[in-house]
Design a protein around this ligand. Structure first.
Ligand SMILES: CC(C)(COP(=O)(O)OP(=O)(O)OC[C@H]1O[C@@H](n2cnc3c(N)ncnc32)[C@H](O)[C@@H]1O)[C@@H](O)C(=O)NCCC(=O)NCCS
Ligand SMILES: Nc1ncnc2c1ncn2[C@@H]1O[C@H](COP(=O)(O)OP(=O)(O)OP(=O)(O)O)[C@@H](O)[C@H]1O
Length: 287
């Protein structure tokens, strides 16, 4: 793989974050029209955040591509770079968490993609994507144990750590250790089936609602508890199953957005997973 392929991977990852935030209307999330249920961030802050992460995305891919040791040591290198990235992101956003989950996931996915491209080439087939996700599962199999075994001794806990103590919720770490089943079994099969029939905008909006209707979103859990999460999920199921045309679908999203603003709920986990799905859609040339 040449430097131009590393640049291409970086572009795919940054573009996927731009696509996600530009997509409108979205329920509870920041988009071009409004800030959803977020009072501390807006569309322009997401642009600043994405630009602060881009050089680190290149580094994640490079670390994978130049790695010649075991997967555990690749994960350590990616996390070290990930901490620097998170720091730069927080500096760019005046300490607002715009892309913490997405940064973590892109670290492991770009690292795994770089490693895989030592012996393979673009574009990807369905099987290449499956192989990358399996590498991520192997790379992170120790993550839950490593991150959660000593949390009761910590003074300041993150939302994810609090949810783990309260209910055993694994959040983004659970997705990673299982090789992102929300992508392999849910979003990507949907994209592969529907990509040719839908505009990019409709495909991605429908994909977001599909995710909301099924995943365990730790952002909804920490803001709304199990009840809030279940209510949003059921609303997602209703919209997903209604076979709505484009206009009806967008009208439903606008109403859903108003409801989530009133309840102060935001499906940030689903938004992150959508970005990751967009990244693989570029690699597989689906969009
Ligand atoms: C693992 C991370 C994301 C921290 O998680 P934390 O416990 O703070 O938060 P939490 O579990 O709530 O999730 C964080 C984000 O993941 C996303 N998310 C939530 N649910 C899901 C889900 N089901 N699937 C995917 N993403 C999700 C959301 O955007 C959320 O904001 C990461 O920041 C981290 O590793 N932090 C430790 C410091 C570090 O090593 N940083 C460098 C990262 S490589
Ligand atoms: N378009 C988007 N709009 C809003 N959030 C998004 C969007 N895309 C992804 N997210 C994710 O949602 C998360 C923000 O959610 P939230 O504001 O609940 O987190 P927090 O800052 O950790 O918690 P809180 O503000 O409730 O204390 C970010 O980590 C981000 O990755």
């Amino acid at each position: 793989m040449s430097n131009s392929t590393l640049i291409q991977l970086t572009k795919f990852a940054t573009k996927s974050l731009y696509y996600e935030v530009a997509l409108s209307p979205k329920p509870g999330l920041v988009d071009r029209f409004d800030n959803g249920a977020h009072k501390d961030m807006d569309f322009f802050m997401f642009i600043d955040s994405i630009e602060s992460l881009a050089p680190h995305f290149y580094e994640y891919a490079r670390l994978g591509f130049t790695h010649n040791d075991d997967l555990a040591s690749l994960f350590s290198k990616l996390r070290e770079e990930g901490i620097k990235a998170e720091h730069d992101m927080l500096e760019a956003t005046y300490q607002v968490n715009t892309h913490k989950g997405a940064n973590f996931s892109f670290a492991v996915l770009l690292g795994a993609t770089g490693l895989y491209l030592q012996n393979h080439s673009l574009p990807f087939s369905f099987q290449d994507t499956t192989n990358i996700l399996s590498l991520v599962a192997q790379m992170t199999h120790h993550l839950v144990e490593q991150d959660f075994s000593h949390i009761t001794e910590k003074n300041k806990l993150s939302h994810g750590e609090k949810l783990y103590i309260k209910a055993g919720t694994l959040g983004v770490r659970g997705e990673a250790t299982q090789g992102y089943p929300a992508l392999s079994s849910l979003l990507l099969p949907f994209f592969r089936k529907r990509a040719e029939q839908e505009s990019t905008e409709m495909l991605l909006l429908r994909g977001l609602i599909l995710l909301i209707s099924q995943i365990e979103d730790s952002n909804l859990l920490h803001r709304g508890g199990a009840n809030g999460w279940q209510q949003v999920k059921q609303r997602g199921v209703g919209i997903h199953q209604n076979k709505l045309n484009e206009l009806e679908f967008k009208q439903n999203l606008t109403t859903f957005n108003q409801e989530l603003i009133e309840k102060n709920l935001s499906p940030g986990g689903a938004a992150d997973l959508l970005s990751l799905g967009i990244y693989f859609s570029f690699l597989e040339k689906l969009i």
